[in-house]
Design a protein around this ligand. Structure first.
Ligand SMILES: NC(=O)C1=CN([C@@H]2O[C@H](COP(=O)(O)OP(=O)(O)OC[C@H]3O[C@@H](n4cnc5c(N)ncnc54)[C@H](O)[C@@H]3O)[C@@H](O)[C@H]2O)C=CC1
Ligand SMILES: CC(=O)C(=O)O
Ligand SMILES: [Mg+2]
Length: 373
């Protein structure tokens, strides 16, 4: 199969779909790899490294979108990229469709076969292609929040770890999955006063066993959530209902009760965000203030640490890319039910139930697509 990776064009997105090492693996297995010139510059992977791995360097994204059977990216295709997608082509990348009707409409119109990293599953309902980026974003969320708490950035002027004789800052983490766990680890490491909310008793139990007395856990219901949010210096939004739009857990009304200068970091913004007042921001201009509360809502946080993130992402995306390249999408999905969960759009049909429900499309199950085409 001919597989290609264009240069990412989202604001301050330096990751790349394929590392030279991944390109080399595909070439080694008999595939052709096309890389847009400069696509790896942001992670220090230059054209000559791709050429040494057996890939071909092409000028601009057009040859890749026009002639590659599979396009491997990182972020959801931007409008100019979506215009280049075509029927029969495979798109393998993060999509986050539920909160994004424009992107969904364009993918449906294009006829592309779109496999979303974030809904590919693994054993035990895990999301292995989301996990490494959630680890990165969870860890970064505390750095981002600590910076936003500085006075110059609109924050309350609280040092998360405190100093001897002065209490540490209070951090509330909503959602104790991968992002929440990693955020809590960093906050605990800094010496902050950390509480993690989740509504899954098993998650709370695991967190309790791991953190012991270094972090508190609390069941996520309306009353507990309000209490924790109103008393926090820093709130991390880390909930997920796979494939669906994030539930709005902090309303505008609740925001008004928060302490002036406190900070919200909405990591769940890529699924629409879990605070009513969240709207996506970029690394170029990551924060804004509503009712004296600083909001950080960057939808591609891992792009800032692109080298670490690209390698972590390729570790989990490459095995499926190899399988798709070897078998074609249909046989690969039929052979691998975890990968089949990643199919969101195929030839104008929406094949992921939460996306179809959220955006009002007819839902066509993957099994039906595999049978009928
Ligand atoms: N902004 C960015 O750059 C990035 C964003 N993300 C996003 O972060 C979000 C979280 O991802 P993960 O931690 O990997 O998901 P996860 O599935 O590991 O964890 C989500 C947790 O939320 C909990 N939850 C669901 N509803 C809840 C509620 N009402 N109250 C409290 N907890 C609730 C679940 O029980 C689960 O433990 C996702 O939207 C993901 O796409 C991930 C990486 C980068
Ligand atoms: C998960 C995601 O959206 C990202 O890594 O940018
Ligand atoms: Mg995202």
């Amino acid at each position: 199969m001919r597989v290609g990776s264009p240069k990412e064009i989202k604001n301050h997105e330096y990751r790349v779909g394929l590392t030279p090492e991944s390109a080399g693996e595909l070439v080694h297995q008999g595939h052709e790899v096309w890389i847009e010139t400069g696509a790896g510059n942001g992670i220090g992977a230059y054209d000559d490294q791709y050429v040494a791995a057996g890939a071909k360097i092409v000028d601009g994204p057009d040859p890749i979108f026009a002639e590659c059977e599979m396009v491997v990216k990182v972020k959801e295709p931007q409008a100019v990229e979506r215009a280049k997608l075509r029927e029969g082509q495979i798109l393998y990348t993060y999509l986050h469709l539920a909160p994004d009707p424009e992107q969904t409409a364009d993918l449906v119109k294009s006829g592309v076969t779109a496999i979303a990293y974030e809904t590919v599953t693994g054993p035990g309902n895990s999301l292995p292609l989301l996990k490494p980026m959630s680890q990165v974003a969870g860890r970064m969320s505390i750095q981002a929040g600590a910076t936003a708490l500085e006075k110059a950035h609109g924050g309350r002027g609280v040092l998360l770890g405190g100093v001897p004789g002065v209490l540490p800052g209070k951090v509330t983490v909503i959602g104790g999955g991968v992002v929440g766990f990693n955020a809590a680890q960093m906050a605990v490491g800094l010496g902050a006063d950390v509480t993690i909310l989740d509504r899954d008793p098993e998650v709370l139990e695991r967190l309790g066993i791991h953190f012991e007395s270094r972090a508190k856990t609390r069941f996520s219901n309306k009353a507990n959530l309000e209490d924790e949010v109103c008393n926090a210096d820093l709130v991390i939004g880390a909930v997920l209902i796979p494939g669906a739009a994030a539930p709005k857990l902090v309303s505008r009304e609740l925001l008004k009760k928060m302490q002036p200068g406190s900070v919200l970091v909405d990591v769940a913004i890529d699924q629409g965000g879990c605070f009513e007042t969240s709207k996506p921001t970029t690394h170029a201009d990551p924060t804004y203030i509503v009712d004296d509360v600083v909001h950080y809502c960057v939808a591609n946080m891992p792009g800032a640490v692109a080298r670490t993130s690209t390698y972590a992402l390729n570790n989990v995306t490459l095995p499926h890319a190899l399988q798709i390249a070897k078998l074609g999408w249909r046989d690969a999905l039929a052979a691998n039910p975890y990968l089949a969960e990643g199919l969101n759009v195929h030839r104008g049909q929406v094949t992921y139930e939460a996306v179809a429900r959220e955006l009002g499309y007819d839902y066509v199950p993957v099994e039906k697509v595999l049978k009928n085409g």
